[in-house]
Design a binder for this molecule. Structure first.
Ligand SMILES: C[S@@+](CC[C@H](N)C(=O)[O-])C[C@H]1O[C@@H](n2cnc3c(N)ncnc32)[C@H](O)[C@@H]1O
Length: 251
């Protein structure tokens, strides 16, 4: 793949930028208070990636949006046409009140599906951007290949895919395996690089003191949100792995 890979772990400087963002920005208004959670960098990052790589009015799909704050911000500030794919069945301890969320965001289209099921309502080559925040870590490793293939299917040629994934950078083995599987995402034959200078290996992240990780306080709170099989008997640093890709114009 060469230069231009986007596969890196958010750092503290990204978090500081979020803290320093002016109160008046649309994002700040839509975000809950910044509490040093991974979402506090992941949501602004997903928003910025779409704004940076997609034109105004872009068609954007957010997978597993929960309460679709990023979508709403993109709709208002960048004129995006926004679709959410989520069944709202509480997977990953996400919300279940689909009707209330649908009513609260009347300008967003909601499709009750899981990406990875190749639902024909999500049409092939139809989105300028496909994004997710804190979704991929809730999927079984065996589901990831179909999930990724479905993302590639629905994004337009020239469009982008972006995922922010909660991972432990200190193992155990299933976390190392998840990161390795996600590294394979960017090797897909229909995908190419998105951004320059954003490649980091897991080994580099482990040694990097600036990697943004959950504080011990937020780590304890994350217990309620983490995948149930996650091992909390040992403290591990939880970081946001950010992966960006572009679909090639020609296969
Ligand atoms: C932890 S919540 C994250 C919600 C939101 N993205 C956020 O950051 O606040 C995970 C969400 O992903 C959804 N989800 C999990 N797998 C999915 C899939 N394959 N396709 C669509 N949604 C999925 C769940 O239903 C849940 O609402």
């Amino acid at each position: 793949m060469g230069d231009g890979i986007m596969f890196y772990f958010s750092d503290n400087y990204e978090y500081f930028d979020c803290l320093d963002a002016p109160e008046s920005t649309r994002f700040q208004l839509l975000l809950e208070p910044l509490l040093g959670r991974l979402k506090d960098v992941q949501r602004p990052l997903a928003y910025q990636v779409v704004r940076q790589f997609c034109p105004e009015g872009a068609k954007v799909l957010e997978i597993g949006a929960g309460v679709p704050l990023v979508m709403e911000a993109l709709r208002v500030s960048h004129g995006c046409q926004c679709t959410v794919a989520d069944k709202y069945l509480g997977k990953g301890r996400g919300p279940v009140d689909a009707a209330k969320i649908n009513q609260s965001f009347p300008d967003i289209e909601f499709i009750d599906t899981y990406v990875g099921e190749f639902d024909p309502r999500l049409r092939e080559d139809s989105f300028d951007a496909v994004i997710s925040v804190s979704v991929v870590e809730h999927m079984a490793h065996s589901e990831l290949a179909a999930f990724h293939e479905d993302c590639v299917r629905v994004v337009k040629p020239g469009g982008i895919i972006f995922h922010a994934v909660d991972v432990s950078i200190d193992g155990p083995a299933d976390q190392d395996e998840l990161i390795a599987l996600l590294r394979n995402f960017i090797e897909h034959p229909r995908l190419t690089a998105l951004a320059p200078d954003r490649m980091q290996t897991l080994e580099q992240a482990r040694m990097d003191p600036a990697v943004f990780t959950l504080s011990p306080t937020m780590w304890r709170r994350w217990r309620q949100l983490a995948p149930p099989e996650f091992d909390f008997s040992v403290y591990r640093r939880i970081a946001s792995l950010n992966i960006g890709m572009r679909k090639m114009q020609v296969p």
